[in-house]
Design a protein around this ligand. Structure first.
Ligand code: ZN
Length: 133
């Protein structure tokens, strides 16, 4: 029973990826209007930035990326200093390359980054379609 609840929780945390499937379905199934697609794509982007499960990846004192579990590209693990470090990296353009490299060292990070890119593009295209109408 405990295992089951844990699995459920894990799946619950992956809702953003499920939404991305809805977006893909919207593009190819054409049942959703561009406004709906833009809204869902925006939600997926927020999900990858703040909720997608991945490693923390902040710099540790040993100069290695932190392997603690964290949620979202912009969020650190439970260590306060790591939270600040990632937030600081995200607001400095010159640190983005480093942050991206760090995030891409974990599978969760790769999945989140690709989803973030896909969702951002999807949102822009959908908005463009909306404006062109
Ligand atoms: Zn950390």
């Amino acid at each position: 029973m405990i295992v089951k609840a844990k699995t459920k929780k894990k799946i619950g945390r992956l809702w953003g990826y499920a939404l991305l499937l809805v977006v893909a379905y919207g593009w190819f199934g054409t049942t959703l209007g561009p406004g709906v697609i833009a809204a869902i794509s925006g939600a997926v982007v927020l999900y990858t930035l703040f909720q997608a499960p991945m490693w923390c990846c902040a710099d540790t004192r040993e100069n290695e990326p932190c392997r603690n579990n964290a949620y979202g590209i912009l969020m650190g693990c439970s260590i306060q200093q790591h939270k600040w470090q990632k937030l600081k990296m995200s607001v400095r353009v010159d640190m983005w390359g480093r942050l991206t490299k760090r995030v891409l060292t974990s599978i969760g990070g790769v999945a989140a980054s690709i989803s973030a890119l896909a969702a951002t593009m999807s949102a822009f295209v959908a908005l463009g379609a909306l404006i062109a109408k």
